[in-house]
Design a protein around this ligand. Sequence first.
Ligand SMILES: C[S@@+](CC[C@H](N)C(=O)[O-])C[C@H]1O[C@@H](n2cnc3c(N)ncnc32)[C@H](O)[C@@H]1O
Length: 334
Amino acid sequence: MRLRRRPAHPSGAELVRLTDDDRRYMTSKFDTSVPLPPGAEAQLRADNPRLRELREAYAALDLPALRPSRWHAAAVDRFLELPWFRGETLITWHDRELPRVTRLRYFVLLRHVAARDDLGLLPRLAEDGAFGCWTFEYPGEPRVSRDLLESVLELNYVERALGVSGREAFRVLDVGAGYGRLAHRAVGAFDNLADYCCVDAIPESTFLAEWYLRHRGVCPPARVVPLHRLDDELRPGDFDLAVNVHSFSECTYEAVAWWGRWLADLRVPRLLVVPNHGPDLLTHEVDHGERDFLPALEAAGYRRVRHEPVVDDPAVAELVIMGDDWYHLFELEG
Ligand SMILES: C[S@@+](CC[C@H](N)C(=O)[O-])C[C@H]1O[C@@H](n2cnc3c(N)ncnc32)[C@H](O)[C@@H]1O
């Protein structure tokens, strides 16, 4: 009998039929299934007096770090919904796509992270999905998010590279700390964390970090120092490590050079940088051009001693959201 060849798929039909849930997911910036905690909506507003105060104080400064590039006022207005700051915003990109695809990609990432979690953080650091965070659940696994998985990888990297957990104490300075993602996770991860200080040049980020870290009950050892208070509150020798995750890539060269000199003046002996997209250390200039910022850090006295992909399995790196990211570890010379 001759088999009639059937077309692989009825011509013209969608290969993937989208449900209403799929469409909702792909067009939503944040997940509202976890309600905001009491008081959050009333406080996380553009007219909050603390945010106004920070905006005015930052606007009165004349610092190279304040030259707007990716983070200009219109972008912040358009793409940083204050109450839902852990959804997709200027602070954290989520890469929305078909939910089944995202779920699979996060499962691959979860397994990758779990296999490298020497500190055993995944079962200890919980994800509650608060403030619009996209989360993923699988049978027998803890609920995860980009915030959690990225932080677990970073904290294990810091441990592998610097062996911090065995020290009596260690102190971190986070430049461009966003809403305090890594500060919150680091406090949960290390009992010997004596200080985790967040600084930023964007008042909305400072405001959110102050609010979030207080809400999570992690201050101290976490704290936030506003840009106009840096000279009053920070002293040379106060920190063992500075971190900069996806932040220098969103600044101008001039801003990175200023931060580099400032870190060197504070005698911060080590600096961990994670740039955006790929192994190169590139800025975001006012005209949207890019500039290699390695010379700016070298001129400040920072020598790169290690650089390696965040996701060390190339097959996994192709599939997951942080697959393009690299760690760059610097030491201060002299
Ligand atoms: C993509 S977010 C990353 C936040 C955080 N490091 C994280 O990984 O969750 C970029 C951060 O850089 C900060 N930023 C933007 N321009 C800056 C500048 N000129 N100096 C310092 N930080 C800046 C933003 O406020 C924001 O906190």
